[in-house]
Each structure stands twice: as structure tokens, then as C-alpha cells.
Design a binder for this molecule. Sequence first.
Ligand code: FEO
Length: 401
Amino acid sequence: MHCVRKVTEDLYWVGSNDRRLELFENIFPIQKGVSYNSYLLLDEKTVLFDTVDSAVGRQFLENIAAVLNGRTLDYLVINHMEPDHCALIEDLHLRYPDMKLIGNAKTFPMIDQFYGMDLGDKKIIIKEGETFSCGKHTLHFVMAPMVHWPEAMMTYDETDKVLFSADAFGTFGALDGVIFNDEMDFDRDYLDEARRYYTNIVGKYGIQVQNVLKKAAALDIQMICPLHGPVWRSNLSYILEKYDIWSKYEAETKGVMIAYASMYGNTENMVNVLAAMLADAGITNIKIHNISKTHVSELISDSFKYSHLVLAAPTYNNGIYPLMANYLEDMKALMVQGRTVAVLGNGSWAPQSAKLMEAKLAELKNMTLLTENFAVKSALHDSQMEQLQELCTKITDSVNA
Ligand code: FEO
């Protein structure tokens, strides 16, 4: 049975949800599922904006047929060629053989790469700023390169002032019947997942996101229709401001995120002592993660969120504890920058981890280090409590600055 929602007088959400997939991109745990959004415009011509992942293909095709109600599909606009949005192109091409595909010069080579399809005269190649009339509605195309693939673009419906924003402004988390931001408690139910989605998938491309935000500022946008998560039809400044903060790599909150690795509980004890000292000093916005039990995507998300980070790990094979090393590599890949960081090391005979972690952090942009080779041997002892208290004071002063 079809399952659709009306978005505007002429526009329908025809996407679907996947609550069975364990790992998005076979990397990211999605305990709350994910939605694959697609939108169908009924005008003099019928126009579909993107398709969906193959996992929900059957539902999607049923949705389209129901909304078309006997009409044919005239056009498919392809804003993004990642397979979670374009997997149904070939099915649509077979079901609606007269359908034409609208994309940019980088879109069609990717269709050929993924699906080996020769679309011949079915291709309509558009450029930045070009428009296309569907009858009552005029579409205006806005390129969004590297947000987060090179062919990504957005489509702006000038008539209804709707921006089809591709992956931008999307989030992990399935849509539970409600699809509009004002039908849900976004802050409570989606914000953390929206941050985790943005920072891990688009986080590397802050400059490109800033470029797109500047283009968006020139448009009168009343509604944002992303490819994942809720449709924004009110309070658009909320999500635009979040994207502005994230893409500038600014912290969302003044506070301390502590990520630790601990083999036998001694490094964990050290961070617990430090966290208690911070709380005694009035810093209560503290989040502690055991990195052995926290997916690295959550660590990255909180690295974007918090102004101050504490990283603590034992030495392992004369190097950095592997999960901490992986987190540091991810920080570098995703351009985490501009944070104030303290590092706590541990080692029973040759403690190396603090020095090595600090060297890795020095490879990131604009990081301020509050420690220099702070390391314990096996466990925290009374002799180092004064040094830890001094570190607590430095962190406290910096948070309060
Ligand atoms: Fe949701 Fe970049 O694909």
C-alpha cells in the first residue's frame, strides 16, 4: 500500500524509511533508522526529485504510481548521485520510458559509471542558475559541489519557494509518520543525529557548505526539502544557523568532552578524577565517552559540539591505543579544528601515548594544547594530583574565558 504525505498543494513526499539497516554506508550505526526522501511535483508536467535506496524501492514505486494516479512521469531531477538516492533510476526508466532526466554535466557520467545506462536523448544537462518550466512551477538550479559529492546540486522551486537541498540539512533517524519539523520535537529527537550525520558525512567540506549557504541566502526560501529527515517549513533559521556553526567548525556549546580508552580502569579513573575536579570548579557541561563502547561517529559529532576536548589513552604496542588512533585519524580527515585540547597518557614501562597523541593533534588546524606530555605510569598517584589540579584550572579558565 502506498504511504505518502502532501507537502504543498502540488508536491508530495513519496520517500520511505529504513529501520532495518544496521550501518549506513556500511559504517555508521543507525539505531533510529533513516529516511530516504523523494518528492513528486504534479504540474502540467510531472517532476520527481531524486529516487531512493534500493532497500525501500518497492514502497517508493508504489508511492509514485499512487500519486501519479494514471499520469506518466515526465521528468526526474537528479540532485545527487549517491546510490541511497539514485538506486531506482533504471527502474523508473523502464516503467516510464518517456521520462527525461535533468542533471548537470557531472551527473550523467556517474549514471553510466554506476548503472551502465546510455540515456541518449533522455538527458537534459543544466548549468548553474538555469531555469526550467514545468507549467505553473519554475525550477532554478543551484550547484552544490562537494556537498558532499562533486555532482551535488540543489533545485529551487521559484513558484512555491521550496529548496530541494540534496543531502544538506538532512539527518539520520527515520520519520515516524510525521515528516515536517513542526510536527516533532527536533531538538529532543533529531538534533544529535543531525549533527552526527553532518559532521561525519559532510564535515570535511565546511568551505563548500559555506559557499552553498551564501547562495541560499540570496534566495527567498520558505521550505527546505532534504533527502534525509524532516522537511523544514518553519523556523528555517534554526537549521541554517546550525549548518553555519558546524561548517565554520565553531563549537556549539562551551563545555568539555572527555574521550578515554582504558584497558583495566586506570586511565578511566584518571578521567573520572579530572571530571570531578572540573565539576567542583563549576564546569558542569561535561560528557565522558569510553571510546571502546562509543562509535567513532559519535566522538566526531561531540568533537564538533564541544569547545574543549580531553583525550586520554594508554600506550599500546609502543604507540597510541588503536581506537584512539582511529579517532584521531578521523578528526584529521573530517577537519576538526579550533578546539582547546588536553591529553592524558598512560603506560606501564614506556609511556608514549601522550606525546604521540599531541603530535597527531598538532596536525589539525588551530588546536590549542593545554598539556605537554602529561603521562602516568600504570595509574594516577598522589604525586600527580597537583599537576592534574593545575590542568583542571587551565581547562576551567579557558572554558570561562
Ligand atoms: Fe544521502 Fe550523499 O547520500
